[in-house]
Design a protein around this ligand. Structure first.
Ligand code: GAP
Length: 488
């Protein structure tokens, strides 16, 4: 079987596993689902929250100069005029005339590149990047035609011209328009960042922040994605974890580099193999960016963006200053060594770090999903285990009395009561112990503790480690500290 087929199979296996074990469900599944919209089940919701908390802590607790906010999804419609999203937040699209299927041009070409040898793929993607940067739509169509790229549904190369398509969802606000022509439209925000920009001075003043400082936020964003068939990789409703870092103009280059390094370190701090990560510096820049790169991860569907780091200059604050007619300036009383005077008033420059929470979730799931062959000459055996970093695991500890009798459940309950205030625990007494271990492996629980008759005699329990499956005998009263140590 080819590597590509193996990877596709692995991706499908991860999607099935996510559903079977209550991580991710298709939204409104009983009505056949809603395309590119997903719900998180019991273990998914825990994992997602743990990722969110891990990011939030690393930003707002470990950095004294970063504070968090929680802005509304609805914003004044002028926000999106000022931010450039009404005019620019669109992607070049192409339709196949036979199947009527619409593709984002970059995704169509990228999918074709995935089928080519590495050198040819690189040449094709480089050509695409240059044409996208030049907004040369005729050139993009020609690139598709000369490479004989066909529609996956009709199998033909009967393409329309390349056109732009805005990705924002629009809705009515309040009562429907009183008079024809009254505009009461609002948009579902396509990025959380603008909620930070419009609150820049509120936060700076109330939290008494001094440049350089950051504002962090986690929240929903919405995009009417055209190609949406990669599970939670590309969704129409998703969550972003964004941080805008406000800096003195002229220092943005060093801060851009700082955040590029810092964000990769954050990923590697989870113990994930560095070889699975790479940077991708952008040639085609978003309308607001002066410099930008992606942190890419090797998903089963290939290396793909998980996080963006963008140098946004003073673009957004300047735009809001112009459209709101309210000054977005900061007074810097630090002394400029070249003039001997305070830096004075300026509109800060911004470095942004922006990571998709759902995409990070998929990264953790993809990296964790492992099928192990445990067969011996005597017996065929295998297991599926999610090797999720302990600090992110949905359940940290499973407490399993060996039998449902002889006072073992009561002792197990004592351990549950001791631990459940500190971290998420799971109690189970049904089925053979091996079966119970496998169920915990499948949801990624790093530790299982078994209470048996020896516990009654000497107060010790068996702790089983998920990845190595090794078991050790330890005092029951050491369990809480052991788990806390592993998850911090
Ligand atoms: N504020 C900048 C911004 O929104 P972006 O590169 O468009 O930049 C940032 O998005 C991150 O949000 C991406 O790296 C990705 O992780 C996530 N993201 C973007 N679109 C997404 C989608 N349709 N579904 C899931 N995650 C998405």
């Amino acid at each position: 079987m080819s590597t590509q087929q193996n990877n596709t199979d692995k991706f499908q296996a991860i999607i099935s596993h996510a559903k079977e074990y209550g991580f991710v469900f298709q939204s409104s599944e009983i009505y056949d689902g809603l395309s590119a919209v997903y719900d998180y089940g019991p273990y998914g919701a825990e994992l997602k929250k743990n990722i969110k908390d891990y990011w939030w802590k690393s930003m707002t607790q470990l950095h004294e100069n970063i504070v968090g906010i929680d802005a509304a999804i609805f914003m004044h419609p002028t926000t999106w005029k000022a931010s450039g999203h009404i005019d620019n937040f669109s992607d070049p699209m192409i339709d196949n005339k036979d199947s009527k299927k619409r593709y984002r041009v970059d995704h169509l070409i990228e999918a074709h590149a995935d089928t080519l040898p590495a050198d040819a793929a690189k040449a094709l993607l480089d050509a695409m990047d240059s044409l996208l940067a030049a907004e040369d739509f005729a050139g993009l169509k020609q690139l598709i035609e000369t490479n004989k790229i066909v529609c996956s549904v009709s199998g033909t190369a009967n393409w329309t011209d390349v056109r732009q398509f805005n990705l924002m969802f629009k809705t009515e606000f309040g009562a429907v328009a009183a008079e024809p022509g009254d505009d009461n439209h609002v948009y579902l925000r396509p990025e959380t960042a603008q909620g930070i920009f419009v609150n820049f001075l509120n936060v700076q003043k109330t939290a008494r922040m001094k440049v350089p400082f950051g504002i962090a936020q986690v929240g929903k964003a919405f995009r009417n994605e055209i190609v949406a068939r990669q599970f939670i990789f590309r969704m129409r409703e998703f969550e972003q974890m964004e941080m805008q870092f406000f800096v003195r103009p002229g220092t943005e280059g060093e801060w851009y580099q700082y955040w590029k390094d810092a964000r990769l370190k954050w990923h590697l701090g989870l113990g994930i193999d560095a070889a699975k990560y790479r940077y991708h510096d952008h040639i085609k820049l978003a309308h607001y960016a002066k410099e930008a790169c992606d942190i890419e991860f090797e998903f089963p569907i290939g290396f793909k963006e998980v996080e963006g780091i963008h140098s946004r200059s003073d673009f957004d604050l300047m735009q809001h200053q112009t459209y709101s007619r309210k000054k977005q300036q900061y007074f810097d009383n630090d002394v400029d060594p070249t003039t001997g005077k305070p830096y004075g008033n300026y509109v800060p420059y911004v470095i942004e770090t922006s990571i998709g929470l759902d995409r990070m979730f998929l990264l953790i799931l993809s990296n964790a999903y492992t099928e192990e062959d445990l067969s011996t000459p005597e017996k065929q055996d295998s297991r599926v285990v999610l090797k999720i970093p302990a600090k992110l695991a949905p359940v940290k500890l499973a407490v399993l009395p060996l039998l449902k009798k002889d006072g073992l459940p009561e002792i197990a309950r004592e351990l549950m009561n001791e631990c459940k205030g500190a971290f998420k625990c799971f109690y189970e007494e049904k089925d053979a112990i091996g079966k119970r271990y496998r169920r915990q492996d499948a949801i990624g629980t790093p530790f299982c503790v078994t209470i048996d008759h020896q516990t009654k005699e000497d107060g010790t329990v068996t702790i089983r480690h998920r990845d190595s499956m090794q078991q050790e005998r330890v005092p029951m009263n050491s369990i809480k500290a052991m788990v806390l140590n592993a998850i911090h």
